[in-house]
Design a protein around this ligand. Structure first.
Ligand SMILES: [Zn+2]
Length: 297
């Protein structure tokens, strides 16, 4: 499953090709992926101009000029490929050989910009856990997939005060609370582990224990919100990928992230300066948690 930084990297790769382009045609190779395509999927998109390409949690949002929004999720194995003739309107890094598994090309968006700049964006998904759905004009925020999502861990919205308010009174372990998409959206297992290590906070402590009085932050909540935003920003800057089979928007393989401090490092020495601890793995809510019992309290 791609994590938020990977989805954001895909969005940034697609944005220069998609934003402002007109959709000439959409070709769909099958009636469904994880869910059926909406009725008249291709017809409703054809002729529309793409007003913007956004992201909410792990969903890519294609905003059309008539107010319609396309919500796309890459599922387990989905990727987008950009195909262009001369590459004049795309950065050079987008030149790439045609995918070897064209059998799994399920959706093709033929785009044009002006009179002679053409490109196609192809969605390839061997395991078909991805999906594309519509949100009707004005109904995006209330869409069932998006309505219950918590704070975005990117940008400046998530600060210590907000985190303190979100976690107040919660008895669940801090790790579990941070994995709850209704509190913080799109923060997956890897980055929760990394953020807790950076903040020096134990994944086992009660979530409410880092909260302050209503509307007030605490030193711990400040440290944690800083760590969450930094760990996501660093991952995006590094290319976003942590999965071996993950492909970037341009078709090339994403960087394998070698810079984890705790994730998948069970039994190895803690990276923190002056800490002699050893990274430990425990299971919380069925998922592996990696942390340093010596410096995370
Ligand atoms: Zn340590």
């Amino acid at each position: 499953m791609p994590e938020l930084p990977e989805v954001e990297t895909v969005r940034r790769g697609l944005e220069p090709v998609m934003e402002g382009a007109t959709i000439r045609a959409v070709h769909v190779g099958r009636p469904d992926l994880r869910f059926p395509f909406p009725p008249r999927f291709a017809e409703r998109l054809a002729g529309r101009r793409i007003a913007g390409l956004g992201r909410r949690a792990k969903y890519l949002i294609v905003h059309l000029d008539d107010g319609l929004a396309l919500i796309a999720h890459m599922g387990m194995s989905g990727s987008f490929r950009i195909e262009s003739g001369d590459g004049a309107h795309t950065p050079g890094e987008f030149h790439h050989p045609r995918s070897k598994d064209a059998a799994h090309d399920h959706v093709r968006f033929d785009l044009e910009r002006g009179t002679d700049e053409r490109a196609s964006v192809v969605f390839n998904d061997p395991r078909r856990f991805g999906f594309m759905l519509f949100a009707e004009p004005g109904a995006l925020a209330a869409h069932p997939l998006l309505a219950g999502l918590g704070a975005e861990p990117t940008g400046n919205a998530l600060d210590g005060k907000m985190l303190s308010d979100l976690l107040r009174g919660r008895k669940s372990p801090l790790k579990a609370a941070l994995m709850d998409q209704r509190l913080v959206a799109g923060l997956g297992n890897i980055y929760v582990c990394e953020a807790l290590w950076r903040a020096g906070l134990s994944p086992r402590r009660g979530a409410g224990s880092i909260a302050g009085a209503p509307g007030k932050s605490t030193q711990r909540a400040d440290r944690l919100s800083d760590a969450i935003r930094a760990v996501i920003a660093d991952a995006i800057a590094a290319g976003g990928s942590s999965l071996k089979d993950y492909r970037r928007a341009d078709g090339s393989l994403g960087y394998f992230q070698h810079s984890f401090d705790v994730y998948d490092r069970e039994g190895e020495p803690c990276h923190r300066k002056g800490c002699a601890g050893t990274i430990r793995r425990i299971v919380q809510s069925g998922r592996s948690t990696f942390y340093c019992p010596t410096c995370q309290h």
